[in-house]
Design a protein around this ligand. Structure first.
Ligand code: ADP
Length: 441
């Protein structure tokens, strides 16, 4: 379409100059009549663009509905909610279908409308030119026929031009949508001339950090210094802001107020990619890809050799179950790792984090979803992973964090207590109440 947009105008211009040479009166008449049909085609193009844009949005909804239903198929079946989801899918799908019908109807209408318009234009030219010939000296019969022949040659490039115009409009609306999606991720901006950060030497410091997701404050007045090598547990009632706090360090979100510094430098001054490379994250939901165990591990470090893979599996307490699989390291983990148990998936995520070898580890409820036996295996893998690293551990089960260097209790977005397990028990505050609730004292 772009090619036509550049080539056709040149041809049209050459034809127009020739036409001007034959009869300027007739050509001026043509130039008055043509823009009218051009305007009509333009209007159709705009309306097509609008419909096409809506179509893109609604296709997005159809895909989301499909993805959610298939992703949550256990829940859908477990609640025998197939009908509800089928109804929802049909609704969005019908909406999209109707819109596409409207779009294609408009699209196919442009061609007959274009032809009718050109027939009308030619009729008007024949009428006006015929009159000029009949009047005598302005234009003679032969030249009028030549004029009509050349003009008819001009119609096809003109139509190609208007068609490519319509196509470009459609493309533009699609690219606008893509732009929206791409730009959505640009909330975290890297400053020009961002500094490089390859290692973490001294400390991470939160200075008066405040944060919200656009509404109520989620974190306020956070002051915390974590030395290199320290292990910190974040505990407290759910919704208190623990996950948000750790998300701020790799800049998944930026602080609203205050600052976070690594080795004395604001993290916003660093290259985002290198900053994120300092962190390894093991979360409650282990995210594995539908591929072999080997390839899932290589996500952590694509250059790891066989020995490193095996060592990482050993450290993560995962070697035993991996070699018991018939295909070993080349066994496929299934969609989202579904062929493995929760604990196995978690131990593979840990092996992946070990291969990645980051100086700072974040564990976000890494053992919460596991039964006691797998929790024990995962916990001992985690303990090995934490050695020599700085770690942030968000834990619901307080028994798993009693041995860390420092426990930070967060409630309603604020740090309410800090100290070791013993100190906090003595203090008799929120931490002690939580422990009593979990009956661990
Ligand atoms: P915790 O980890 O302590 O359970 P979170 O950090 O997950 O707490 O959540 C803190 C608060 O922020 C909650 O009130 C939660 O509803 C809100 N929240 C978390 N993530 C988002 C988000 N992406 N958008 C809007 N609000 C969020």
């Amino acid at each position: 379409a772009l090619e036509a947009l550049f080539r056709q105008p040149v041809m049209i211009l050459i034809f127009l100059i020739t036409l001007l040479g034959i009869s300027w009166q007739l050509t001026i008449f043509v130039l008055i009549v043509l823009p009218v049909s051009g305007f009509i085609i333009g209007r159709i193009g705009k309306s097509l663009k609008r419909t096409a844009k809506k179509g893109q949005n609604e296709l997005g909804e159809v895909v989301t509905s499909l993805e959610e239903t298939v992703g949550g198929i256990r829940i859908v079946k477990g609640f025998t909610a197939e009908k509800i989801f089928a109804r929802h899918f049909n609704k969005v799908n019908d909406k999209h279908f109707n819109l596409m019908v409207r779009l294609f109807r408009k699209q196919y209408l442009t061609s007959p409308i274009g032809e009718t318009l050109s027939a009308i234009t030619i009729a008007m030219i024949l009428w006006f030119g015929g009159n000029l010939v009949l009047e005598g000296d302005v234009l003679n019969g032969e030249f009028f026929i030549l004029y009509v022949v050349i003009f008819s040659q001009m119609i096809s490039p003109a139509r190609a031009l208007s068609e490519s115009f319509v196509r470009v409009q459609r493309g533009l609306s699609a690219s606008e949508r893509i732009d929206e999606v791409l730009k959505a991720d640009e909330q975290i901006m890297e400053v020009p001339g961002a500094k490089s950060i390859k290692e973490f030497k001294e400390s991470i410091v939160f200075k008066n950090v405040a944060f919200n997701y656009g509404g109520e404050p989620v974190l306020k007045n956070i002051n915390l210094e974590v030395r290199q090598g320290e292990s910190i547990a974040l505990v407290g009632p759910s919704g208190g802001g623990k996950s948000t706090l750790v998300d701020l360090m790799p800049r998944f979100y930026d602080v609203i107020d205050g600052s976070i510094e690594i080795d004395g430098q604001d993290i916003r001054d660093f290259k985002v990619y290198e900053l994120r490379d300092l962190f390894g994250i093991v979360s409650q939901q282990s995210i594995l890809f539908n591929d072999s165990i080997r390839n899932n591990l290589l996500v952590g470090n694509e250059n790891a050799d066989e020995k490193q893979l095996i060592d990482a599996l050993h450290t993560a307490n995962a070697h035993g179950f991996v070699i018991s699989l018939p295909e070993g390291l080349d066994a496929n983990v299934g969609e989202a790792g579904n062929r493995l148990s929760g604990g196995q998936k978690q131990r593979l995520s840990i092996a992946r984090a070990i291969l990645n070898d980051p100086p700072i580890m974040i564990f976000d409820e890494a053992t919460s979803a596991l039964d006691t036996e797998s929790e024990r295996l995962v916990q001992s893998a985690l303990d090995r992973l934490m050695k020599g690293r700085t770690s942030f551990i968000i834990a619901h089960r307080l028994s798993t964090v009693q041995h860390v260097d420092r426990i930070v209790v967060i409630d309603k977005g604020e740090i309410v207590e800090t100290g070791s397990h013993g100190e906090l028990m003595e203090l008799g505050g929120l931490y002690k109440r939580l422990i009593d609730l979990q009956d661990l004292s």
